[in-house]
Design a protein. Structure first.
Length: 417
């Protein structure tokens, strides 16, 4: 991510308010949106900037923005080399925003700039984050509103932050707080929950929502699946931050990564190859217990994929190490270890217990001791051990996949910087 242009920052007075707008193929919307924002912000009487982040649009979005930026010094534009996603665009906007207060909103005129003063008022009451709630959401009921209601309910339960509308982009932030919040993958939907990591005070207010008039939505039903995966990943991320040691010791972390992960990678590969015969062994030992045999097989596959992702993540982290900040590097390293730390030992213990029972005379007495008739308890131990272990690996995979997408964008152009 080349950020060298940053040093050429303008010498004008620092704006007090920054409006961040990620846009991807919104050519019919951007001009009108800028004018609406301008009409709302001028009367507030504060210095402000409008920061459009063009997320690698293929249409005329950038042409319109660059034309407009010649007449409007308050319009600043960042253009990505290629599409990196809404979260990355928002992260770039937050990074380059100069204001002490930041507003984020969609670039398709679905959010209404007229709500900005209301959000700021709430922010001034002492909150660090004010979320918009599209109570009267103007999107399709079955494919958009229902999944959103369910997802928001689950997110509320999982994260403990009961916001009605996590997906609403119209939000107000205290810059010093949002700049500390790490954003990963498609995690802009988890900003409220993620902000609790840095101790943010959060509230929400009802905002206006309009149907989309120009252009198309960038998301389909696939979003439902991705949000579900993100919820699981988020749970892990939060557990990582909850047990965060003193972040003032980068050298120790560096040492840890060198000492632990290179040999660990090899260990993963060895384990993967060793676990393939498990599949055969599982069939022989457990016969008709297909679930156990299948678990062994999935263990092998999971280990192989994990080894591959570990390697990729390490390569990625190495290549990008100069642009990753301490927290990100810490995150990448930590999340490699977390789920396995939880599920690994439990899985192995269960597996070991089952194996011991299987190989000793206790095995024939077990059904009587535990009062189970139809299934062999050692089979159950072994199977559940493998399943628990596999779920740890699955958790690792999801966390890794999300960590890998940290701020994956390249900036091509800055205008009015
Ligand atoms: N967006 C983006 N990059 C993407 C997808 C979307 O910058 O890869 C922008 C998009 O241009 C819009 C905002 O994110 O300004 C929300 O997208 P959209 O309106 O498609 O989402 P929806 O309202 O359908 O949830
Ligand atoms: Mg929209």
């Amino acid at each position: 991510m080349p950020i060298s242009h940053r040093s050429t920052a303008r010498t004008v007075k620092k704006p007090i308010l920054s409006i961040v707008v990620p846009v991807y193929n919104e050519e019919e919307n951007v001009r009108m949106l800028f004018e609406k924002i301008q009409a709302v912000c001028e009367p507030i009487g504060e210095t402000y900037e409008v920061l459009f982040v063009d997320d690698g649009s293929h249409d005329g979005t950038f042409a319109v923005l660059s034309e407009l930026s010649k007449q409007k010094p308050k319009l600043r534009v960042i253009r990505f080399q290629k599409n990196a996603g809404q979260t990355a665009a928002m992260a770039a906007g937050f990074e380059f925003a100069q204001g002490q207060r930041i507003i984020s909103m969609d670039g398709d005129l679905q959010n209404d700039p007229a709500d900005i003063p209301k959000l700021l008022e709430k922010l001034d009451e002492g909150y660090d984050l004010v979320c918009g709630w599209r109570k009267e959401r103007q999107d399709k009921f079955l494919t958009r509103r229902v999944p959103s209601i369910v997802a928001n309910w689950i997110i509320g339960k999982v994260t403990g932050v009961p916001i009605h509308d996590n997906g609403c982009s119209l939000k107000a932030y205290r810059a010093s707080v949002i700049k500390q919040v790490p954003l990963y993958g498609e995690m802009h939907r988890f900003i409220p929950a993620m902000s609790t990591v840095v101790g943010a005070r959060i509230t929400e207010i009802v905002v206006t929502h309009h149907p989309r008039r120009f252009g198309k939505s960038k998301y389909g039903l696939g979003r439902v699946w991705r949000v579900m995966l993100d919820i699981i990943a988020f749970k892990f991320i939060i557990s990582v931050f909850a047990s965060r040691p003193n972040p003032q010791k980068p050298s120790l972390r560096q040492r840890l990564s060198n000492v632990l992960f290179r040999p660990k990678q090899k260990a993963f590969r060895v384990a993967a190859f060793l676990s393939l015969p498990f599949f055969v062994l599982g069939r022989v030992l457990l016969g008709s217990a297909n679930i156990a045999a299948l678990s062994c097989f999935s263990l092998a596959v999971a280990l192989l994929i994990l080894a591959w992702i570990t390697e990729n993540t390490i390569q990625h982290a190495k290549r990008e190490s100069s642009t990753l900040d301490t927290l990100e590097r810490f995150f990448i390293i930590q999340c490699r270890r977390r789920p396995i730390r939880f599920f690994g030992p439990i899985g192995v213990a269960l597996f070991g217990l089952g194996a011991i029972f299987l190989l000793t005379p206790i095995n024939s007495l077990l059904p009587e001791i535990l009062n189970v008739r139809y299934s062999n308890p050692s089979t159950i131990f072994i199977t559940s051990g493998i399943l628990v272990f596999c779920s740890g690996l699955f958790g690792e995979l999801i966390t890794f996949a999300n960590a890998k997408r940290v701020k994956d964008y390249t900036i091509e152009t800055f205008l009015n910087f």
